[in-house]
Design a protein around this ligand. Structure first.
Ligand code: SF4
Ligand code: SF4
Length: 383
């Protein structure tokens, strides 16, 4: 076990890195009771906090990288310990020392892609807008209603390009004046920040902010709750304030105002999965449900862990880039819940959730038993 800066020094390092509240922990263990990890294997945030308090953090431990920053345990902590900030502070120390144990190693490659090409896949930056080819999408110019920021996953990942295309179709049918900035955009940086790479986050954020300002952007429409979170809650650290709207909120607004009309029904049983960064972190619970409830013929079923208690898909905090053993995937549990309540379709509105759920679906005995859909894909079918 390698501990960095024993005793007092690690405490100071964590404080410096923004995890100061860990000292209030009184070891009640509530965090471990609610943490999704303990449904699949042992993991103790309480223990991580305890070790940090004594400066005894094992900086090479894989446990440092488990927290998906799902936001569940901070809701239950009686002492206001900021578990996410404390955990990220420990990762900053590991990142600064270039320590990425075993399965965490891909984060190095991801960082290279983000640094060089502005996306975690190390795909060419010049191909960032290829998803929009043939869809007649305009380049954003000042005065348009919204910039549509499609994020890295919707720009490059084949499954998610369909979600970007559905979004474009909807915006056009609703008469929204929108544009994209394609290769001028970079990854929002939310997830790499949670791996402790603050420097890279700052670079990505500053590049995006410059692009937004240079192009006269005021309102940004996003498909990813991770982009939503960082644009809305983290970019203001750079003294900017863009109006940010998540697609589930925007669809709700377009339908409520009559700009978007649903002309067909949807006779299926569906359940909605709250992505951590839309729901728990940002309070977007009602809009997607109201959209779904408003569809004729639909039956909306709720899973056991819902809204504030939603079960994380496992993709936050940089874990979307880490291979999780099959027996430890939260997304497998989520699919079991969806199937268990009788849903035919598991609907969500986050590229990480879709990625993890599609992976889990493929390992079902019968993958046809459940469809995984982004809410935009459902709406596109009905207009
Ligand atoms: S819930 Fe809060 S006080 Fe209790 S062990 Fe966890 S971090 Fe410590
Ligand atoms: S934020 Fe979520 S994943 Fe992280 S320790 Fe808390 S409950 Fe577990």
């Amino acid at each position: 076990m390698e501990t960095v800066a024993p005793f007092k020094e690690i405490i100071d390092l964590i404080k410096e890195q923004g995890g100061d509240a860990f000292k209030y922990c009184y070891q009640c263990g509530r965090c471990d009771t609610v943490c999704p990890w303990n449904r699949v294997r042992d993991f103790s945030m309480r223990k991580l906090i305890r070790e940090a308090t004594f400066g005894l953090t094992d900086i090479e431990s894989e446990d440092l990288w488990r927290c998906t920053t799902c936001g569940k345990c901070p809701q239950y902590c009686p002492r206001g310990v900021k578990q996410i900030e404390s955990g990220v502070a420990l990762r900053k120390i590991a990142t600064e020392n270039d320590i990425f144990p075993g399965p965490i190693a891909p984060i190095r490659t991801v960082s290279v892609g983000l640094m060089g090409e502005g996306n975690p896949f190390n795909e060419e930056r010049s191909k960032r807008a290829e998803w929009a080819e043939g869809l007649s999408v305009n380049t954003f110019s000042e005065g348009m209603e919204v910039l549509y920021f499609s994020c890295c996953y919707l720009s490059y990942a084949p499954r998610l390009k369909k979600v970007a295309a559905a979004t474009v179709d909807i915006l056009k049918k609703a008469g929204v004046k929108f544009g994209i900035l394609g290769s001028k955009e970079s990854c929002c940086g939310e997830s790499i920040r949670k791996t402790g790479n603050e420097e890279l986050f700052k670079k990505l954020a500053k590049d995006n902010i410059k692009t937004f300002i240079d192009n006269g952007v005021k309102k940004i429409l996003v498909s990813s709750p991770h982009s939503y979170h960082t644009f809305k809650n983290e970019y203001p650290e750079f003294m900017v304030n863009f109006e940010v709207v998540h697609i589930s909120q925007y669809l709700h607004e377009l339908i409520s105002s009559g700009r978007l009309k649903l002309t067909k029904g949807y006779g299926k049983k569906v359940t909605y999965h709250d992505p951590c960064y839309a729901g728990r972190h940002n309070g977007i619970f009602d809009e997607p449900r109201e959209i779904l409830k408003g569809i004729s013929g639909i039956e909306l079923l709720e899973m056991p862990d819902t809204r504030e208690n939603s079960l994380c898909c496992g993709g936050g905090g940089g874990r979307i880039w880490v291979e999780t053993p099959k027996s430890e995937r939260f997304s497998d549990l989520r699919l079991e819940q969806a199937i268990g309540v009788g849903a035919e379709v598991l609907v969500t509105s986050c590229p990480y959730c879709i990625t993890n759920f599609e992976d889990s679906r493929l390992s079902l005995d019968d993958p046809e038993v459940l469809e995984i859909r982004d809410i935009t894909e459902i709406i596109q079918e009905l207009i």
